[in-house]
Design a protein around this ligand. Sequence first.
Ligand code: MN
Length: 328
Amino acid sequence: MAKTQDYGVGRGNGEPIDNAFRRTDPFGLHQEPTYAGATSFLRCKYTRDLTGVDVAVTGVPLDTATTNRPGTRFGPRAIRQESTHIAWNRPYNWDFQPLDEIAVVDYGDCYFDHGHLENAPAAIEAHITEILDAGAAALTLGGDHFLTYPVIQAHAKKHGPVALVQFDAHTDTWQDPDKTRIDHGTMFYHAVQEGVIDPAVSAQVGIRTVNDDTLGITVVNANWVHEHGPKAAADRVREVVGDRPVYLTFDIDGLDPAYAPGTGTPVIGGLTPYQAMTALRNLAGINLVGMDVVEVSPPYDQAGVTALAGATLAYELLALYAYGRRKA
Ligand SMILES: [Mn+2]
């Protein structure tokens, strides 16, 4: 395993450019010009070979379950592009480089037929199952939040009912009177009913929309985070999840739209990037088994800031995951 030391363009452990297909070492930073080269998440290698891989990053470009503005089908590609800006340095809030310690590849995107949309959930679940069956963890880039439901179904097959940690403006546990409709605001109702999420050990952070029935999930709403701070919020989450297998989903609208305007259902009064990153850093030690960043909608973005936030938070999630593997 090569240790990351250099910070110059065209230096590091790999080739000066196009490491998305030229690199051979799955560890370490591979610096290349941020404005050039084949784009992958953090310049990781595109491959479907998961031999020895710890985390497979994969896109799910689905945006047909949105209640308002679509566009998140372009999210995975935009997050990959913005990740080139941060692929030269380790996450600032962590005292180690996760890419030195875990092997990460870009697994490409999940395919589903938009002409047979009814088959998309099964296609997503099968795609994630492929990754988990190969012994890797999945870091999924969305796509609208509905996709997290089949992703969690795949995780529950391996880990049992998961503890959900959700950063979001919305609970996504709403239900209609007939309790059959499903979209990106109701899927966690169904996931709890199905038993793939255990609400008693689950927590939602950053909530600022009304839902009188949260199904027993602990809600650490945005106001609480603003009043008590992100470290205290993380403490509450850690208390709730204990040592249960955690699936962490980060809806980019958990951030305030001032920082993440490029999303389908923005709600003001949200978290700052500092609060989000500090909360994630202070979740170190949870038993993280899977994660995603969803709802980045490039058509509504400005100067790529939302995709940059998504890429940065995904990098933070890699650090959180690598920290957990250290203890294991
Ligand atoms: Mn949301």
